[in-house]
Design a binder for this molecule. Structure first.
Ligand code: AHG
Ligand code: MN
Ligand code: MN
Ligand code: MN
Length: 345
């Protein structure tokens, strides 16, 4: 019978990360400290999200960001929360956020004056349009190692240090503030899903070694933009809705928070798409803090992620806020799309 203490002997995220560190004999513990800061920032953000209606944190902040978007109060709160916590870890040399135009140079270590050897890019609050309706939102992050931390002196050198292809990522993950709070992470050895136990305030391992089904039955795209799609996207979505005789059509699910749409796609399979279109020639989603970390998780889970022309993880960023078209999900579904896209290449 349940004792009520089950959570206490579970694998927490902290234990999981420390275990990973112990397996690498040359690990300094810096990534562990940075991930602890990210974990705490997710918990703080989740607390703000859960209390937002009561604490009057819904609505606009009255400011805009470099993306041309109106910022919500929670966009700013989450951004400040992540920046403060990551800075405090003193293990990070560079931060890039959706909400800040320039790459940020972190302060040097208060102990030995060195610059942190990691760089992090984050979308502090993903799914802003869903905040006020209490629909799932999240946070996305990607972490890279900096080749030469001493070279970082200003925003330009900071941006250069993090402009690495997704394949060089050392960790990526997201938190989803949904009906429960999940933190899904990969350090390059598979994908692990944790659930926040509210009574403990700890992320507990609930989904070890997540694998995406090789084929799904769901497509996820903002179909309201269909009139502006290119031929490959139009034909592909048409093929899911009107399949050949004997095959069933796919279901449509679209939340409008990348975190929630990708989370469902990881578990149920299928495709998540944000294509380029006539109005947005590079699509909407940003490479460093949306497309690449999710592509990393997808590939680690056995799925695929492409722009239709190249694998997302192969792209070398030219701008920290660069946008890319996104097609990701089950390997067989994405292979179908790629076959179709190559017809129009
Ligand atoms: P953000 O809230 O961080 O700006 O991201 C919004 C993104 C992403 O979460 C989602 O997939 C997409 O915008 C939805 O866009 P549409 O409203 O155009 O469908
Ligand atoms: Mn935004
Ligand atoms: Mn986002
Ligand atoms: Mn955002």
């Amino acid at each position: 019978p349940p004792t009520g203490l089950e959570g206490l002997d579970s694998v927490t995220l902290t234990r999981f990360v420390l275990h990973g560190q112990r397996k690498h004999h040359d690990a300094s513990g810096d990534l562990t400290l940075l991930l602890a800061a990210v974990q705490l920032a997710c918990k703080v953000t989740e607390t703000c999200v859960r209390r937002a209606g009561i604490a009057k944190l819904y609505g606009l902040a009255g400011s805009g960001n470099v993306q041309g978007e109106d910022q919500k109060k929670l966009d700013i709160i989450a951004n400040d929360t992540f920046k403060v916590n990551i800075e405090s870890s003193e293990r990070c040399g560079v931060m890039v956020s959706e909400e800040d135009e320039l790459a940020i140079v972190c302060t040097k270590s208060s102990i030995d004056g060195t610059t942190g050897k990691y760089a992090i890019a984050f979308d502090p609050l993903d799914g802003s349009s869903n905040i006020d309706a209490n629909v799932s939102i999240g946070t996305i992050f990607s972490i890279f190692k900096i080749d030469d931390p001493d070279s970082i002196t200003d925003a330009k050198s900071a941006a250069a240090a993090i402009s690495q292809p997704g394949r060089q990522m050392v960790a990526a993950g997201y938190a989803m503030y949904g009906s429960a709070t999940n933190l899904v992470i990969s350090v390059g050895t598979g994908v692990y899903g944790f659930t926040l136990d509210p009574s403990l305030g700890e992320f507990v391992l609930t989904h070890p070694d997540i694998k995406i089904p090789s084929r799904g039955k769901i497509y996820s795209v903002n179909e309201g933009n269909a009139k502006n799609w290119d031929k490959a996207t139009t034909e592909y979505i048409q093929s899911l809705k009107y399949p050949e005789e004997g095959k069933s059509s796919y279901s449509l699910r679209y939340i409008g928070s990348m975190v929630a749409d990708v989370h469902r796609t990881l578990f149920y399979g299928g495709v998540f798409i944000y294509p380029a279109d006539k109005k947005s020639p590079n699509g909407k989603l940003r490479l460093l803090y949306e497309a690449a970390p999710m592509a990393f998780l997808m590939e680690q889970a056995g799925g695929k992620a492409t722009t239709g022309k190249t694998e997302i993880l192969d792209i070398v960023p030219e701008d920290i806020h660069q946008r890319v078209p996104v097609y990701m999900g089950s390997s067989e579904d994405i292979a179908d799309f790629e076959a179709l896209a190559s017809k129009y290449a």
